[in-house]
Design a protein around this ligand. Sequence first.
Ligand code: NAD
Length: 498
Amino acid sequence: MSEARLFMNFINGEFVPSLGGKTFERRNPADTADVVGIFQDSNADDVEAAVTAAKAAYATWRKVPAPRRGEILLRAADLLLARKDRYSHDLTREMGKPLFEAGGDIVEAIGMAQYAGSEGRRMHGVTTPSELPNKFQMSMRQPIGVIGMITPWNFPMAIASWKMLPALVCGNTVVIKPGEDASISTFNLVECLVEAGLPPGVVNIVTGHGPSAGQPLVEHPDVPVLSFTGSTEVGRLVYELGARQIKRVSLEMGGKNPLIVMDDADLDLVEQGVVWAAFGTTGQRCTATSRVIVHRKVAAALIERLVGRAQALRVGNGLHPATDMGPLVNEAQLERVLGYIEVGKSEGATLRCGGNRLTEGSYANGWFVQPTIFTGVRPTMRIAREEIFGPVLSVIEVESLDEALAVANDVAYGLSSSIYTRDINAAYRAMHELEAGIVYINAPTIGAEIHLPFGGVKATGNGHREAGPTMLDVFSEWKSVYVDYSGSLQRAQIDNAD
Ligand code: NAD
């Protein structure tokens, strides 16, 4: 077991204690005897100091040429790669996912550092011909100012990188409030950026809880853009508070992701994909498969396979190499998941495997629950509609592709989705008709890559996309520039109207 480290806030390039003098501790969810870190329990005064630093740094950072800003990100990518094992260990210890998955979180940040870093040499605008002679016109991206970022705990390195790195290459400065259950990974990311040459004040970290540290950031008048990932409930509040000051607010929120299995699907492939996407990260991915919508003809065969696989998963401490599935992130999450298992039973779904907390032996000090599968689930049941965010899979049987698509779309959320079929027509129909920001064909609902847009529709998002070429849109303002070199007044839409 490693030592608990004391983490200060990071403001203006310095590590400083919270002005309120309070701290909180974070314990390893696989072993609550292991205190992984002590963090500043920040308040509005700390946020004020961080925003002041970020605002001052913006005056110079925005003028650093974008290719130079990008070079810092590229150097940070190399540092992240060199430290991948250490940072993966920190990440597993703070939020529980197995080491091999934690490594994926770091690799996403490396990919984003490379992608956003190289964007420093592109950041394309548009030039167009003018409708008037001797006139030139173009558009260009400009930074906006201090960006307030609020992140969850489930991808603590990747999500921080998706927000921070595009914002920085655009020339903004940042105040980030990481998820209180996994703040270390944000410090690790920023450590690499600072060693790569990021000037003081350009990124500031304020740790703490949502209402006391997050909300002052949301409400701060000198923070014109908010980038939030988390639950729909908190996202709605962030949106409302931001709207009062006409802020730009980017929201990435919950999911209830469907995976459709048609009667011609390759069940070997389905079996592997479903188990990975439903129980990977203990089901705590916004893109986790939580509903399998299966054609009745193959339902019985598939269910038998899924139950066998789920029961064979090795649940344990993510630091042990043999572990397939780690614990839930905290006690509240455990209570929530166990609560939904009771809801499923009381609604009349059939509990086919799992359903219990694990408490014996090495499980005694952690938030472990068995991989759980309900069958006979009807689309109207709460377990088929509400985000559980745990290793609980609902299997819903349908008679046709039409019915499968209708059931898939009949929820409030719309993040990721999937269909397994060998019928190209069915695949294309699903691609077009699934109400989701992401569709997979013959692959499960998880596995997004950073160079395509990421985000969802309906209650999952508010129209923005992280990652991909769209990633700059949230963090930059378009400016159109017209250069008239005719030496005379040319009136657009009037002088050239005939
Ligand atoms: P959460 O909404 O409880 O917390 C998210 C962040 O908001 C945390 O940093 C928290 O401290 C902060 N917060 C809480 N109350 C606040 C307030 N009043 N003002 C400002 N900030 C506040 O979510 P969570 O439990 O950390 O994460 C799980 C949720 O995140 C799930 O719903 C999941 O689907 C979602 N998620 C979505 C995506 C996506 O890209 N769509 C990715 C990962 C997670």
